[in-house]
Design a protein around this ligand. Structure first.
Ligand code: MG
Length: 261
């Protein structure tokens, strides 16, 4: 029985192209599942502030998740007053490990900066003095940048990166949507058999391999790599776009409509 939902946000719960951006049935499903005791976590590459902004103002969700997993790393629990508290010392450990990574990866990141000068309109993203990622103008440029990042990774196995369309963020290899989800599952004392995960893009791959969550799905708009992994993991590839695909997947796994016992 599914007890925890781990859903990506952009492209999975919300569509930036469709109208409506979210099908009303998704809100009904999430509300009923939560009333039945199912825990809902949004697992996103967005920052905490940006995720809150997306839920409350950008897409006006009438309900909020129990947990926010942000930047493919940090875990926050919603408080009674609507704030967000870190869960255990995971975020602190992640921050420490990430700081160490940026120190050790400094020479490699200098190479990345030089490499990406070939791309027209590329932008380096900085946070707290670190070069933490990039955004390119085209997917083709990001394909090439990620091939380069894959090569330099071999020289520092601790170095990894999370891609989402034309964005890439550098990270410590121990932290991803998958490991954050497993940490949340450990905190909630849930096995992978009790977990549903859905996502649409590269940065969702680590939580869709069938290891962290046994019930994996992707909406019809997902990239081919995601569809392939979900297929390999015995999951469900929905036809519906974004939220319509998530609702379709919840039906597929028999999680919703909730069967009253
Ligand atoms: Mg997405």
């Amino acid at each position: 029985m599914i007890r925890l939902l781990s859903t990506d946000f952009d492209g999975t719960l919300v569509s930036h192209e469709k109208n409506p951006c979210v099908v009303p049935e998704l809100f009904t499903a999430l509300r009923e599942l939560r009333e039945a005791g199912v825990v809902w976590a949004v697992n996103t590459g967005r920052t905490l502030w940006h995720a809150e902004e997306g839920l409350r103002n950008e897409f006006r969700f009438p309900i909020e998740p129990d947990y926010l997993l942000v930047e493919e790393r940090d875990i926050y629990r919603r408080t009674r007053s609507g704030g967000w508290d870190p869960v255990g010392d995971w975020n602190r450990r992640a921050a420490r490990d990430t700081e160490e990574l940026f120190t050790l990866a400094a020479p490699l990141l200098a190479e990345v900066l030089r490499f990406q000068e070939r791309f027209d309109g590329v932008q380096a993203i900085y946070d707290r003095g670190h070069f933490i990622g990039s955004v390119t103008k085209t997917n083709a440029d990001m394909d090439e940048l990620c091939r380069f990042l894959g090569q330099i990774r071999e020289r520092l196995p601790m170095f990894n990166f999370q891609r989402n369309t034309i964005y890439v963020r550098f990270c410590h290899h121990a932290y991803s949507k998958g490991t954050a989800l497993s940490e949340l599952a450990r905190h909630l004392d849930l096995a992978p058999e009790a977990i549903f995960a859905a996502g649409d893009h590269f940065n969702d791959l680590p939580m869709l391999d069938g290891i962290h969550a046994r019930h994996v799905a992707c909406p019809g708009n997902s990239c081919d790599e995601v569809k392939q992994l979900v297929r390999d993991a015995g999951g469900y590839i929905a036809k519906g776009i974004a939220s319509a695909g998530v609702v379709e997947s919840l039906r597929h796994f028999g999680a919703w409509p909730v069967v009253k016992r």
